[in-house]
Design a protein around this ligand. Structure first.
Ligand SMILES: [Zn+2]
Length: 118
């Protein structure tokens, strides 16, 4: 058996204190904000959940618009529906990116600076 599963990650990544939860973390690399993988995953999940709201709003507005303009009865209905899905997806991607930054600012930006470090 040549597969050697030595915990090399512990040596590669020195232990650090997570900037968000304050946990002492070993064997993993902090992200650009100095957070552990658990905090980062929670952050991404929150941004993803929030991004569904504008995506659904954009898709619903679009659906209302094509229904109102009578395009649902056109022979190109499938095309208009696909375009709506694409628009909703773009709104989802943009919103997730925006919420990611907004939540990051809230998570690490307005913490009281006890030690004088910004
Ligand atoms: Zn953490």
């Amino acid at each position: 058996m040549a597969a050697s599963a030595t915990p090399a990650a512990v040596e590669e990544h020195p232990p650090f204190t997570c900037a968000q939860c304050g946990r002492r973390v070993q064997g993993e690399k902090p992200d650009s904000e100095g957070r552990c993988a658990v905090c980062r995953r929670a952050h991404i999940e929150r941004a993803t959940r929030l991004a569904y709201v504008p995506a659904v709003v954009v898709a619903a507005l679009y659906l209302w618009l094509i229904a109102w303009s009578g395009l649902l009865e056109s022979p190109m209905m499938a095309f208009w529906l696909v375009l709506g899905v694409v628009l909703g997806f773009v709104a989802y991607k943009v919103a997730r990116r925006v919420f990611f930054d907004v939540l990051r600012g809230r998570a690490t930006g307005d913490r009281p600076t006890k030690d004088g470090k910004g």
